[in-house]
Ligand binder design. Structure first.
Ligand code: NAP
Length: 259
């Protein structure tokens, strides 16, 4: 399917690896020029070069921490006017409810709620002026089915979800569509780290932890960044103009709910 976004310009935050990279590659395959971002310059430049040589699109790579004012300023300066924004950042660490202090919440809110809101506020006005835009926020299945040890993530992402619910409806009349894409368990570095944490806590191997977690997913496996990216690119496509403020699960059936 032609996604109808060839020549569009997209910012994909936190995209040298994992789900962000999957989104960047799918948008590049659809013909979008990209602004990529991550903190580590080496992996970021390698990803940028791979995308340039594979898809023949223009790629600007900005090494910066997207969760800081300075980092966002660098990305926004390189971005200029863009048509597509994919918000992403690393997730907060797991833990227990009684250990989290105010500072831990502020950090999580800054990274996973206030950073995407700041990017939306910076880039959506010019999309509205030009009458076309797409925003996809990478959140988590934990928005629909909270995971206890990820309480910091649950809190921050629920806040972003509430903001998007209202904002998406306020801007939809100007041709700008904002939606959230909710990953279940995907085979990325983050999943490997979580498997390691489960293995340590339960005294089992990481392989066994993965087998056990796969049993909780009706599809019987982890998702891939390519699959996730393809869905993201569709939400950014010309065909997604009537999809507003949705929370789209990509979880292999992991969240046992229909509504
Ligand atoms: P990942 O494989 O660890 O990749 C994270 C990417 O983001 C890397 O490119 C990393 O590069 C970049 N990054 C991290 N923090 C950043 C920051 N502050 N500023 C700029 N770039 C940053 O993670 P992932 O699995 O793709 O997860 C992406 C998001 O989805 C996370 O918020 C995660 O919590 C959420 N999620 C993932 C899963 C899953 O199964 N994978 C499930 C539910 C939710 P640098 O480290 O070099 O900055």
């Amino acid at each position: 399917m032609d996604l109808g976004i060839k020549g569009r310009r997209a910012v994909v935050c936190a995209s040298s690896k994992g789900l962000g990279r999957g989104c960047a590659e799918a948008l590049a395959e659809a013909g979008c020029d990209l602004v990529l971002n991550a903190r580590g310059a080496e992996a970021l430049e390698a990803t940028a070069e791979h995308i340039r040589s594979t898809y023949g699109v223009n790629v600007v790579a900005v090494a910066a921490d997207i969760t800081t004012d300075e980092g966002r300023a660098k990305v926004l300066e390189a971005a200029g006017e863009v048509d597509i924004l994919v918000n992403n950042a690393g997730g907060p660490p797991p833990g227990m409810w009684h250990d989290w202090e105010r500072e831990d919440f502020i950090k999580a809110l800054d990274a996973n709620m206030l950073t995407p809101i700041a990017m939306i506020k910076a880039l959506v006005p010019s999309m509205m002026d030009r009458g076309w835009g797409r925003v996809v926020n990478i959140t988590s299945q934990s928005v629909k089915a909270p995971i206890g040890v990820l309480g910091l993530s649950n809190s921050a992402r629920a806040g972003l979800t509430g903001y998007v619910a209202g904002t998406s409806r306020q801007v939809a009349g100007s041709g700008v569509n904002i939606n959230n894409l909710l990953p279940g368990i995907h085979a990325t570095d983050r999943a490997v780290a979580l498997d390691g944490g489960v293995a340590k806590a339960q005294g089992i191997t990481s392989e066994q932890a993965k087998i056990d977690r796969c049993k909780t997913i009706p599809a019987g496996r982890y998702g891939t960044a390519d699959e996730f990216g393809a869905v993201c690119a569709f939400l950014c496509s010309a065909h997604a103009g009537f999809i507003v403020g949705q929370n789209v699960l990509h979880d292999g059936g992991g969240v046992n709910a229909t509504l």
